[in-house]
Design a protein around this ligand. Structure first.
Ligand code: M3L
Ligand code: AKG
Ligand code: FE2
Length: 421
């Protein structure tokens, strides 16, 4: 049964149509007039609202704000925001979802102004504002991205002239921090200038944005090419583009780099937007993109150097997307640390290598490479879930300090400043 919040009289509807109510209401009427008994029109005071609803056997259908939405009845009962079901002080559910009958159906449904009222068999009433339903429906979410981003190659990034934020304004003003975070969220990289070149100041900077994620490398790390750890990062060799800590079940969210000293040549940092490359794969070979989101892989860190003994394993696909809107949120790409592939049969393995090659070709296009020379005073933040980094080989003495940050806490800071993240 379709229930429109227009008039229950045809003449009244025509009256409304003259005043500009959209066509589908008219079409619905034509269709429904074939079954006059099935029509149940609801009259409400405000006529300008373009809304209709229908109570189906197993779900509730709502048309509002140009969106067709379908809601499960258990869902509608479960999300009740009444005082007995939801604590609005703590923003927590008090209702025990397991106490809801899985076959529950509302006894009555009524629309008053912009509020829908569901009365359940036990008499409990749940109210939903139409806008709340649009914001919180699957159909509404499906059309939205969780995080807006600007995908870039070297030219796009350089043309954008993204400003660096000054150390002082970053530390002392919300405006400075917000500008920094906005750029970081959009591009996946951001710089802070005029930072005193010490580990302590770098730490202060990091703590302003997030919590430092302590790992097997320590809290703040400080490294040179002394091979003090069992990893190529601790040498003078070039490092091809990669993301870090792919061998953690949850790779570190953000990486902070501050070059404190370099007396020598080479050692430039390479940055590549992994999401830009993935987007090219999606355009050119969608089935390969999909395979990269589906095949689980292991990455591994095995270390036995001096006192350091570690064996870390992380599992996950190269590309991670949200299933409801297909938005990419994490790329795990490190050919050095990728472990033996033993999680997929041979024919899938071959298709996976093909897809991995397509992605690698995109990642290696010279036009996608953004090179920077890190200097004392200029701190680089990298979104390690999106932007790959690498480095050129170097000579001489080079000291890099930095840390990893927890992603949840960076996003928390961003949201508190009013940014979408
Ligand atoms: C940054 N820091 C020097 C501490 C660690 C380097 C980790 C290197 C490792 N192969 C990876 O990609 O995760
Ligand atoms: O030395 C560098 O510039 C970066 C090395 C690296 O990839 C890392 O430390 O994660
Ligand atoms: Fe790295």
């Amino acid at each position: 049964m379709w229930c429109h919040r227009l008039s229950h009289l045809q003449s009244r509807l025509q009256n409304l149509l003259r005043r500009g109510v959209t066509c589908w209401a008219f079409q619905q009427l034509n269709f429904k007039s074939l079954f006059p008994l099935a029509i149940h029109w609801h009259h409400t005071a405000s006529e300008s609202l373009n809304c209709a609803w229908q109570q189906h056997e197993d779900h509730f259908e709502l048309q509002y704000a140009n969106t067709v939405m379908r809601f499960d009845y258990v869902w509608l009962r479960d999300h009740c925001r009444s005082a007995s079901c939801y604590n609005s002080k703590t923003h927590q559910r008090s209702l025990d979802t397991a106490s809801v009958d899985l076959c529950i159906k509302p006894k009555t449904i009524r629309l008053d102004e912009t509020t829908l009222f569901f009365t359940w068999p036990d008499g409990h009433v749940t109210k939903y504002d139409l806008d709340w339903l649009v914001r919180n429906s699957y159909e509404g979410q499906k059309q939205k991205v969780i995080q807006p981003r600007i995908l870039w190659n070297a030219e796009i990034y350089q043309r954008a002239q993204v400003p660096s934020v000054d150390f002082q304004s970053f530390l002392e003003t919300n405006e400075g921090l917000k500008n920094f975070l906005q750029n970081f969220l959009l591009y996946g990289i951001a710089f802070v200038e005029n930072v005193p070149p010490t580990q302590e100041h770098t730490e202060k900077l990091a703590e302003r944005v997030s919590l430092i994620r302590e790992t097997i490398y320590g809290r703040m790390w400080y490294f040179t090419s002394d091979f003090s750890r069992g990893d190529t990062a601790y040498t003078k060799l070039a490092l091809d583009r990669h993301t870090d800590t792919t061998y953690f079940q949850e790779p570190c969210g953000i990486q902070v780099f501050h070059c404190l000293k370099h007396e020598g040549t080479g050692g430039r940092t390479l940055l590549v937007d992994g999401f830009y490359a993935a987007e090219q794969v999606l355009q050119k070979a969608p089935e390969e993109f999909e395979l990269l989101t589906k095949v689980p892989l292991k990455h591994e860190y095995i270390e036995n150097v001096g006192e350091c003994h570690n064996h870390m394993i992380g599992v996950g696909p190269v590309l991670n997307i949200y299933p409801w809107n297909k938005e990419l949120y994490l790329i795990r790409y490190n050919n050095y640390d990728r472990a033996v592939i033993n999680t997929v049969p041979y024919d899938v393995v071959h298709r996976w290598y093909t897809a991995h090659r397509t992605l690698t070709v995109e990642l290696r296009r010279p036009e996608n490479e953004f090179w920077v020379k890190l200097k004392p005073g200029r701190v680089l933040f990298i979104d390690n879930w999106r932007v790959l980094h690498g480095r050129e080989s170097f000579t001489g003495y080079r000291q890099l300090c930095g840390c990893y940050l927890t992603r949840d806490d960076v996003l928390n800071t961003a949201r508190l400043l009013g940014l979408q993240a």
